[in-house]
Ligand binder design. Structure first.
Ligand code: PLP
Length: 465
């Protein structure tokens, strides 16, 4: 393909993209295909001869698109959102076109310097103290793994990487039972082990861990000869939006000199609203590490996860490795690959720059506030449906409910709703029972789209009960 052809096809794809987004609401939200159906339509072996772009794109439309679930659909209420606001998509197109690998400052100085600035813009937007520096990672899972590895190294006097973990006893990490599975996995792969991840039950209206129970667990571990390494708190757990009381957790951490990480992957975006921050983030500035995903609720196209660090040194001492081929000369610069596990890195900051400039913080705040308000309104309407119960009240824009019947009936309702395609919901579990989760957060959703959850649910329920 020559560059004139490239320009022509790029314009074609841009037009296709605009049309796709304009008519997205008419499509079923979740893909309606059966397992294997897409692969069965594609050749099992690669072509020997070159093919025309027109033919490739035609197959994309005819074969691939029917197998896509539409995450940018205004009636997507499943999981958490993966919003991609149009300006962030444009930035991604530029990043894809320049196609730089931004592992070191010198491999694209602008990528490093825009990243530093965007992390600081977001720090200010979230109202975090100016002692925080940060880095953009691919995902919250990677940021949490980086934090758990840092806990491990700090607790072993920075000998784990060098000596391995044998003979180092049981390092213990503490969290609530509402954390995301990425925390379990971080403990698996860091060599700490699932059995050394101590889960304190979430209690109260916000399902947070009880600081006294946390303190007692740490003291018991010390008596048993174990080594407490760190605490992971959450703001906005995946299941029902569990939130820890940060002030009480920080007191316990300080008393035992433990490293602290806060997973705010989803709810962190809402902290751009000062009144929400005030309610959820007391004493957040004392945390050592905080992760939030602008690629979830804020609108920066996946992937874009910011990890803020109160002091970057322990994480750099854990992850930085500098073979000769990665050394740079001249003035001291930031090489962000030294802060993370992967070496290669995309220019992720550009989409944040485009996003924030295009909407301003005010535009982004308005969306978050609408989502929270509409989720509360929807919750009250569902509460009134005959026989339905609210399982967990809204935490920001996430709540859950149950229809009449057992767990199997909850799953039947979720599956029937998603087979219908007008809205997309997912199930979860709370206190041993299946629940139906609703999160409101899609970038282009309207109040009408949100209220449709109640009418569609009732409609489908009538047809299956
Ligand atoms: N933490 C929480 C609270 C989440 O809800 C999720 C994903 O939904 C994650 C972490 C993992 O995020 P990522 O996909 O960026 O690794």
């Amino acid at each position: 393909m020559n560059w004139d052809d490239f320009a022509g096809w790029s314009k074609h794809i841009a037009d296709w993209g605009a049309e796709y987004h304009k008519t997205l609401g008419d499509r079923p939200v979740r893909a309606q295909t059966k397992p294997g159906e897409i692969a069965a339509q594609l050749p099992a072996s690669p072509p020997d001869q070159p093919e025309e772009m027109a033919a490739i794109l035609q197959d994309f439309e005819d074969i691939v698109m029917p197998g896509m679930t539409h995450w940018q659909h205004p009636r997507f209420f499943a999981y958490f959102p993966a919003n991609a606001a149009p300006p962030s998509m444009l930035a991604e197109q530029l990043v894809n076109t320049v196609a730089a690998q931004c592992m070191l400052w010198q491999t694209s100085p602008a990528a490093t310097e825009v990243e530093g600035l965007m992390v600081d813009w977001m720090r200010q937007a979230l109202g975090l103290a100016d002692h925080f520096a940060g880095v953009i990672q691919d995902s919250a899972s990677s940021a949490s793994l980086s934090a758990v590895l840092t806990m491990r190294e700090r607790a072993t006097g920075f000998t784990g990487n060098r000596e391995g973990m044998s003979g180092k006893g049981h390092l213990r990490v503490y969290c609530s039972d509402q954390v995301h599975s990425s925390i379990d996995r971080a403990c698996w792969v860091s060599g700490i082990g699932q059995e050394n991840l101590v889960k304190i039950p979430g209690t109260g209206a916000r399902h947070g861990m009880d600081a006294e129970a946390l303190d007692a667990a740490i003291k018991a571990d010390i008596i048993a000869g174990h080594t407490p390494a760190g605490i992971i708190a959450i703001t906005g757990g995946t299941g029902v939006g569990g939130c820890d009381d940060l002030s009480s957790i920080i007191k316990v951490a300080k008393a035992h000199d433990l490293y602290t990480h806060l997973d705010a992957a989803w709810a962190g975006s809402a902290m751009i609203c000062p009144e929400i921050r005030e309610e959820f983030w007391q004493d957040v500035d004392a945390f050592d590490s905080i992760v939030f995903n602008p690629h979830k609720w804020l609108g920066a196209q996946f992937d874009c996860s910011i990890q803020f660090l109160r002091d970057a040194t322990p994480q750099l001492n854990t992850l930085k490795i500098e073979p000769e081929y990665l050394k740079t000369t001249g003035a001291a610069v930031t090489n962000y690959s030294e802060w993370t596990i992967p070496l290669g890195r995309r220019f992720r900051a550009l989409k944040l720059w485009f996003l924030i400039r295009s909407y301003g913080l005010t535009g982004l705040q308005t969306r978050i506030r609408n989502h929270v308000q509409w989720a509360h309104e929807l919750c009250e309407v569902i509460r009134e449906i005959d026989g339905f119960e609210i399982s967990t009240d809204p935490v920001l824009s996430l709540f859950s409910f149950r229809c009449p019947g057992d767990d199997a009936m909850q799953q039947r309702l979720v599956d029937a709703i998603n087979d219908d395609g007008r809205i997309y919901l997912t199930q979860g579990a709370f206190q041993g029972r299946k629940i139906i989760r609703v999160q409101v957060g899609q970038f282009d959703t309207t109040r009408d789209d949100v209220m449709a959850v109640a009418s569609v649910t009732q409609d489908i329920w009538e047809s299956i009960k």
